[in-house]
Design a protein around this ligand. Sequence first.
Ligand SMILES: Nc1nc2c(ncn2[C@@H]2O[C@H](COP(=O)(O)OP(=O)(O)OP(=O)(O)O)[C@@H](O)[C@H]2O)c(=O)[nH]1
Ligand SMILES: [Mg+2]
Length: 352
Amino acid sequence: MKIAILGLPLSGKTTLFRALAAGHFSESGDAHLAVVPVPDPRLKIMSDRERSKKIVPSPVAFVDVAAMKTGEDAGARVDKLHALVTDADALMLVVQAFGDMDYDGNAVEPARALGTLVQELVLTDLAIVENRLARLEREHKAKKKGETDSEWDMLQRVHAHLEQSGWARMLEYNDEDTRTLRGFGLLTMRPALVVFNLAEEDVAGEKATPWLAAAADIGLPAETACATLELEMAQLDDEERTVFLGEYGLENAARERLIRAAYKLLDIVTFFTISEIDTHAWTIARGTKAKQAAGAIHSDIEKGFVRAEVMAYADYIAAESREAATRAGKQRLEGADYVIQEGDIINVRFTR
Ligand SMILES: Nc1nc2c(ncn2[C@@H]2O[C@H](COP(=O)(O)OP(=O)(O)OP(=O)(O)O)[C@@H](O)[C@H]2O)c(=O)[nH]1
Ligand SMILES: [Mg+2]
């Protein structure tokens, strides 16, 4: 699972990336990559109960993409962006809300900057859609009146929406549309989180309220943070961080909130395996069935899958212990086709 950090030049992408990475990072060519553990308070609770020797959280990867230059021709922009973002499952859109001037020498206006950024992304998608429509045109014209042309009609709908600076993901699609669109890799078909990058002195205030509303108008969830403060805090120990937070009138650092908000964008569920060896979070696509989910743990466990013992996290927490929950009938035996639910605690029975 990978999240690409995008934004206008000098909006603070790399600073935020380094803060999120907090040391777990590698550089490769045009992009920076960091695989970071997703904080999940459930893990500590289960691990304490089970006396697990270690906790293995879900990983999520962040990529920091080099600046997008406005004014570059659409073709070059599409190629560059897509090469870097093509395998990203979601986007984090960083918007400058600190300082007086933006990269272009204009006054900082975060709501407008968000509009400009969305416009950039929409333009790359429009180029793709227009390209495809041009290829389909001859075929479409050859159709008889009244004959349906579902790809054409769908793309026209997407095109009209993009022209209004709409996020393509906000339209409704049937399964066939979704399959077709997946092949195009449109940026705005991906879920996105907006992060307004605030000045140090604004981080504890209410200044961002109208900007958050601007993101909501496009239909995108939004968070605030101050990337430079986060980067400093990522380098402190817990005690130092508490002092630092106090100085800025903050209760918590934004890092964990941002990682969790980004992870929440993804169409995934988390299930757990728990034992004395470890308390382990596993990430699978929503709708994954028990047998394939077992494959996330090990291919042999998928191959030899017999049944899965499943207990909901809430039932586990409500009972004194796993044994007590089992005695209360909260542990179910499920077959290969059972669809894993968020927070399921699983033990797979398998043959070797
Ligand atoms: N005051 C303040 N300055 C920031 C903040 N975030 C970034 N900056 C500054 O803005 C400048 C650009 O930050 P970067 O993180 O390099 O921005 P970027 O978006 O990666 O820039 P490009 O990759 O060149 O487009 C640096 O001088 C940062 O120190 C912030 O939250 N507050
Ligand atoms: Mg950068």
